[in-house]
Design a protein around this ligand. Sequence first.
Ligand code: PGA
Length: 245
Amino acid sequence: MKKITIAANWKMYLDESGSIDFIEKLNAESDLFSNRDIILFPSHACIRSVKNHLKSDIKIGMQDCDMHEQGAYTGSTSIKAIDVASCIVGHSERRAIYKENNDIISEKLQRTLSSDIEPILCVGETLEQKNNQLTETVLDDQLSILSNKLSGKQLTIAYEPVWAIGSGDVPSNEYISEMLSYIKSRLKSLYSGADLDNIKLFYGGSVDASNINELLNVELIDGFLIGSASANFEKFRDIVKQIKL
Ligand code: PGA
């Protein structure tokens, strides 16, 4: 059985004391969390404290990084600033609120890969795009930053329909399967048929303890990118409990 990854995107939900409190509760139940593939994505400013308090081998990632490596970029954070295992790139909140386009996202992806940090590239359509039958066009466009050059690189694609994020509205398993199959077929052609063993597929959007069990039936899912439910320790624990080892 494959090991399901749980990626906890804390967004801007937890401040430093909230992050430490979460980690202390997690440490107290370390048996449940050990031997699992878990990545926590705290706010950049809290990564150091989280790492200092964490007593298990849980991985830590960045929610985003700057497209540049170093220099006069006030307020931004380089992928080189902190030692992390993974970095989220192209999250829909970055695309919509911070107006990140494919050029910027592609730079961030390259920056992450060249630092040997595993990116999680988020893709997904808005409700309007879905209603206008544009989902595949949108996915094609968002995936177009990948190419043959990247084949062999460790990479995760998180399919996160924008309409499912934070809405409680989770697509059916059939819909998710269809979209992940589509993404896989696009990757095959972008990578000129190279094998895709190094690419993982995640689902994200309103995942919580009430739906994870059902979502685990989607065969193509290698992991989940979880937002609000992952920033509350009790909710997070109830999700993790349902993932079989
Ligand atoms: P959500 O967010 O779980 O709160 O819907 C998911 C995400 O944005 O990655």
